[in-house]
Design a protein around this ligand. Structure first.
Ligand code: ATP
Length: 564
């Protein structure tokens, strides 16, 4: 391939490249994103390469090699790109080829040749081989040579990591048009649906993967996205749930076969145990029970055992609680309250787990929608969100010249100034001293911004004062009245903790605004009864503001301007 294809010759796809799984997607003529299945029929392709006498396997076939051929099977390598050996965590690779230091980079010693000689293959070369396979699968499916892509990366991927990934892709014949952040890709996949309504809202994207979980709090304002806070955890992910099940089945195995040995202490048995535990975990996301069944699990003993969803949820309770905590921490880091969050998008394979979605739904107020397969019938498959978002972005930008795309290294995420406080309006009739604040522009909205609204005026009409104010969001907490008990003791005074936990009524938390500064005022005179007022606020990039207000249908508008 030439260095860069001209826009007309580009065939671009979206790639989500995770440590555990990768996906490829394209957009059809109507702009609809579809995830492509590879030759084996997989849409979630394990990011694993394995070599058997020079033959290269990828995906599910390579994953199966973890049992017999672990040393020549390379897995969990994405995060090693662009890093030196000292900064990586090799733990996830302990059942596959071990990463080692090679010059300034990370490499693997594997027998990848026909004659079975050992070679040192850098993580960059492994990535190139993996991406080449993905490119070939997409090219076969589309019937044309794919030569460009938008690739998703975590929000904390460093420039060095992106550079290394870009080079590895180029070596595979893929021009990286752009990297987009995984959570932004997920939001894009939702917002690109025809039924999506563009509203100003705060969204949490919880990307729950295999060996890491990443949470981003995103302000979506008029189709622009800004990341307000992120949180990353390398100790909670699908692998922890696999481990819980591995421990459970290992113990059950030992109960049944006293001389069977602990399958966790033998590499091959442990690999079988892990593969089957992961399959059981996935089955428990759909069914109420699942069967674990492995022939010759350890020391020649076969093992079959079933587990129901309730048992699984009990033994995994700590891990599930960690996911909820991570999401709540991210919201706190963004200095927001759960009441400020309109939507939680659950992304990543682990987001299929019903209990994770329901725990989050209980930790957030009823006004927060949890978009996951088990809580929302309209949810998009969480395993497909990143690739789909990347494909949508690819279709939007593939016609641009490379230099124009490069202008924005953080597409879709604004770096423009933001409003620190909400701006809203108080509409007060002449005989009142206060009014109800109605917010028009949320805090964190990037400027310039324009908002229009039609607001009701006090019923009597007459003279009305419109005040444009800044507002600070406050959470109003109303404690329930203590109920008198039959024995005369107030319920909340109960000494018995368990009892009080059950009977405590929850406090009521509401989102309201505290009016801070009045920025401008306009008097509208002689309005008719029940009149409505049309308002428009413009905040320019230099934070200078203009507004106008007029009675709907009326001819006279009041205008004002101020500098924030
Ligand atoms: P990472 O980089 O953190 O390893 P990834 O982006 O490569 O993650 P994902 O596909 O998002 O990987 O998540 C993989 C995890 O999701 C694995 O632990 C896998 O077992 C789990 N998973 C996939 N499908 C399901 C399912 N239906 N139910 C529960 N867990 C699932």
């Amino acid at each position: 391939m030439s260095e860069e294809e001209s826009p007309a010759e580009r065939v671009a796809i979206g790639i989500s490249f995770g440590n555990s799984y990768s996906s490829i997607a394209y957009t059809s003529g109507e702009g609809k994103a579809e995830v492509i299945a590879n030759e084996e029929g997989d849409r979630q392709i394990p990011s694993i390469l394995s070599y058997v006498t020079g033959e290269e396997f990828q995906g599910t076939q390579a994953k199966a090699q973890l049992v017999r051929n672990a040393k020549n099977t390379v897995a969990y390598f994405r995060d090693f790109l662009g890093q030196d050996f000292k900064s990586i965590d090799p733990t996830p690779c302990h059942n596959s080829a071990h990463p080692l230091q090679h010059e300034s980079t990370v490499a693997f010693k594997i027998k990848d040749k026909e004659d079975d000689t050992e070679s040192t293959v850098t993580v960059s070369e492994i990535t190139t081989r993996h991406l080449r396979k993905l490119k070939n699968s997409a090219s076969d499916y589309l019937g044309k040579n794919v030569n460009a892509a938008v690739i998703t990366v975590p929000t904390n991927f460093s420039d060095a990591q992106k550079e290394a990934l870009s080079k590895a892709a180029k070596d595979a014949g893929i021009e990286v048009l752009q990297f987009i952040n995984e959570p932004v890709a997920a939001v894009l996949a939702y917002d690109a649906r025809p039924e999506a309504k563009l509203a100003d809202k705060n969204i949490v994207v919880a990307d729950l993967g295999g060996i890491r979980s990443d949470v981003a709090v995103i302000a979506s304002r008029g189709g622009m996205y800004s990341i307000l806070a992120t949180a990353h955890d390398y100790d909670v992910g699908g692998a922890q749930l696999d481990q819980v099940l591995m421990d459970y089945f290992a113990k059950e195995f030992l109960k049944k076969w006293k001389n069977g040995g602990d399958p966790r202490s033998d590499d091959r048995a442990s690999a079988k145990l892990k593969l089957e535990s992961e399959a059981v975990k996935k089955a428990l996301s759909i069914g109420s029970s699942a069967n674990f069944s492995v022939e010759s699990l350890s020391k020649g003993f076969d093992f079959t055992c079933s587990i129901n969803r309730m048992r699984y949820e009990t033994i995994s309770a700590k891990v599930f609680a960690a996911f909820t905590r991570l999401v709540l921490n991210a919201v706190e880091k963004a200095q927001l309250d759960p009441l400020d969050i309109s939507e939680i998008i659950l992304a990543g394979g682990t987001a299929h787990t019903p209990r994770i979605a329901s725990s989050l739904a209980s930790a957030f107020p009823g006004s927060t929608t949890v978009l996951a397969p088990s809580t929302s019938p309209t949810a998009i498959n969480p395993s497909e969100l990143a690739a789909r978002g990347a494909a949508i972005q690819a279709s939007l930008i593939q016609e641009f010249e490379t230099e124009d795309i490069e202008q924005s290294t953080h597409p879709m995420v604004t770096v423009t100034p933001h409003l620190a406080r909400a701006i809203g309006v108080l509409c007060i009739s002449s005989d009142e001293s206060t009014g109800v604040f109605r917010h028009l522009v949320e805090a964190e909205t990037p400027v310039p911004v324009r908002r229009t609204a039609i607001i009701a005026t006090p019923r009597e009409g007459g003279d009305v004062l419109v005040k444009i104010c800044e507002g600070i969001r406050v959470i109003k907490v109303t404690k329930p009245e203590p109920k008198a008990k039959a024995n005369g003791k107030a319920e909340n005074d109960s000494d018995d903790d368990e009892d009080s936990d059950e009977s405590d009524e929850e406090e009521l938390r509401e989102k309201t605004y505290k009016v801070e500064n009045v920025l401008a005022e306009a008097a509208l005179k002689g309005l008719s009864k029940g009149a409505k007022v049309e308002l428009q606020i413009n905040v320019a990039a230099d934070l200078s503001c203009t507004f106008f207000a007029r009675e709907v249908g009326g001819k006279v508008a009041v205008r004002g301007a101020w500098k924030a």
